[in-house]
Design a protein around this ligand. Structure first.
Ligand SMILES: [Zn+2]
Length: 589
């Protein structure tokens, strides 16, 4: 497939050296790119200018964003002062510091919080300061959300990395995805202070906290406010169709000359635009580029704003979202991909061709990074080098420098960047040139039937049996769809109008299935960052299996109301997908 002369030319034209020069320009001239700051605006203008220069029509879009400018954070305990950072979107501490008993809650997930409360002999963690570990799941936004819901008055989060590490962590703790609305403000925008400490300090504290929960005090300096922020859009139109592939990554950053996260990804996007632009006449689908902001200090403001603002166009025309964040880090030796099951076979075939045979890790696309388009049903790929198990055991899932001032240009490996560029361009070339969309549905259908089959029969009267029957019916249809899509995909020529009809129906099926496997909020909302139920195969009905374990009375009744409605949403999506699958089979016969 990459024997096509234009594909060869594109892959051959990619230059890691150009990416290196762009990263140098960004990190030297526009270090510290906080959304809503002067440098945030300069960065957006820079990427718009480069996109225009390479023929991808760059433009800056202004939008309002609830962003954060955090300063130093301190913990005072037994006369000692531990100094670190205030985490992004933390609430400021109260005058004199926010005081409470400091409790080690390990990973800070719901189970750990319940155990800690039990150890203290309390119903919840009202009045406590919680020490949690950034090396462990869930992400810091979810740690904060759970802590706040459990009554904690503040959070202290210790960095990942080696136990004697002195790097101070940066990061947002706002779970609300994008700008908040009235309905999620109280639960998902922090109302308590949160600070980050080095792993060395956190490790010392843990020893102190093993036997008691002493009174501590945290001081958090931060300014949270609505500001005008900027994102950059660019486009290479195909001239042939309204369909396009969305390529995005954040261009804002933390303090310092942040290189890997994500000057590198931004520079890769600019390089990809440069090599594709001269070949727009060969593309059956266009490319739309998004350099987001408000990713770090705002939690995905830019990408979620575009999801809402460009809804009609995205819903009709976007066929996939490729996210580029932190490519080419030194020490990475694996290829880590998060994607929707619908695209897995597609990208693995390209990895077979273009990767150097290294180990690959696949995960279901998660609500992390700028995954703002899952509700829209746009399948995504987020791929980059990953660390070995040994490295992860030492430093967490990313390098020890990640989200700190040490995230400098020496943390980039230019051979890795060259490889990343080839893979990204390979994904995009094929997504933009195959006549029939390369989705496959059987894996998603199998996950769906398996998840429903393992549910109890009619828990608390909720009808799971008919849901299971409908899912099996859909799986049968989608098995046949896949076989015929593979056959028609191999045929040399498909008439344009026939391809358009097939692709329309393929997209409609994905619009139903993708939100089903990746959202609780569904099509129009945005789940909070790192939201725990999203790990389930059908997140909307996560908890249905444990319904009878919830305390009797109001807690169970509240869950029952929500889950009965969620079950109906699943049933509707299954039947809509089956409707489109039948139409598609008619078209493919
Ligand atoms: Zn990033």
């Amino acid at each position: 497939m990459f024997s096509d002369p234009v594909a060869k030319e594109i892959l051959g034209a990619l230059s890691a050296e150009r990416v290196r020069r762009t990263v140098e320009t960004i990190t030297e001239n526009i270090p510290t790119r906080l959304a809503g700051s002067e440098n945030g605006r300069r960065m957006a203008e820079f990427t718009a200018r480069v996109l225009t220069e390479v023929g991808a029509a760059g433009r800056v879009v202004n939008l309002p964003g609830l962003v954060s400018f955090p300063g130093e954070g301190r913990l005072k305990l037994d006369g000692e002062i531990f100094t670190g950072s205030t985490l992004g979107q933390s609430a400021p501490s109260i005058p004199g510091g926010t005081a409470g008993r400091l409790v080690d809650v390990g990973p800070g997930d719901a189970r750990a919080l319940a155990e800690a409360a039990r150890r203290l002999g309390q119903e919840d963690l009202t009045g406590c300061l919680l020490l949690s570990d950034l090396a462990s799941h869930p992400p810091r936004q979810e740690k904060l959300r759970l802590a706040q819901a459990a009554g904690a008055v503040g959070c202290v989060m210790m960095n990942f990395g080696p136990d004697d590490g002195t790097a101070i962590p940066f990061g947002s703790v706002k779970a609300a995805w994008g700008n908040p609305e009235a309905g999620n403000y109280a639960a998902e925008v922090p109302s308590i202070p949160a600070i980050g400490l080095s792993r060395r300090d956190g490790t010392a504290l843990r020893v102190q906290l093993a036997s008691n929960a002493p009174e501590g005090r945290i001081e958090a300096e931060v300014e949270n406010d609505w500001r005008e922020i900027q994102i950059t859009l660019g486009e290479i139109a195909s001239g042939q169709a309204s369909e396009f592939v969305l390529v995005g990554g954040h261009q804002d950053s933390w303090f310092g000359p942040q290189a890997t996260d994500n000057a590198a990804g931004t520079a890769c996007i600019l390089e990809i635009a440069r090599v594709f632009a001269p070949h727009s006449d060969r593309l059956l689908r266009g490319l739309v580029f998004g350099c987001w902001q408000g990713h770090e200090t705002g939690t995905m403001i830019g990408s979620s704003w575009i999801a809402d603002q460009e809804w009609d166009r995205l819903s009709r025309g976007a066929v996939a979202y490729l996210q580029i964040d932190e490519p080419g880090c030194v020490g990475t030796t694996r290829w880590d991909v998060s994607s929707n099951a619908e695209l897995r076979a597609f990208h693995e075939e390209i990895e077979d061709e273009l990767l150097d045979g290294r180990a690959r890790i696949w995960r279901k696309a998660a609500k992390m990074g700028d995954a703002s388009f899952l509700g829209l049903g746009i399948p995504m790929i987020a791929a980059q080098g990953g660390f070995t198990d040994e490295e992860i055991a030492k430093a967490g899932s990313r390098g020890w420098w990640h989200h700190s001032v040490h995230n400098t240009i020496d943390k980039l490996d230019w051979d890795e960047v060259a490889l990343h560029l080839r893979l990204y361009a390979g994904y995009l070339w094929r997504l933009c040139t195959v006549p029939i969309l390369p989705y496959r549905f059987a894996p998603a259908a199998a996950a769906l039937t398996e998840a429903i089959d393992t549910l109890p029969d009619a828990p608390m009267g909720i009808d799971t049996r008919r849901l299971g029957q409908a899912a099996w019916h859909l799986a049968g249809l989608l098995g046949r769809v896949d076989a015929r899509l593979a056959a028609v995909g191999k045929s040399a020529a498909v008439a344009d109008n026939r391809a358009a009809k097939i692709n329309d129906l393929v997209r409609h099926i994905a619009r139903e299935l993708v939100p089903l496997s990746t959202t609780v909020a569904g099509r129009y909302g945005q789940d909070p960052y790192g939201y725990s139920p999203l790990a389930a195969p059908i997140p909307a009905i996560a908890g249905l299996a444990e319904l009878e374990a919830i305390a009797e009375g109001e807690p169970r009744l509240l869950a029952l109301t929500r889950l009965r409605r969620a079950r109906n949403r699943v049933a509707d999506a299954v039947s809509e997908a089956a409707f489109f699958a039948e139409l598609l089979l008619g078209e493919l016969d």
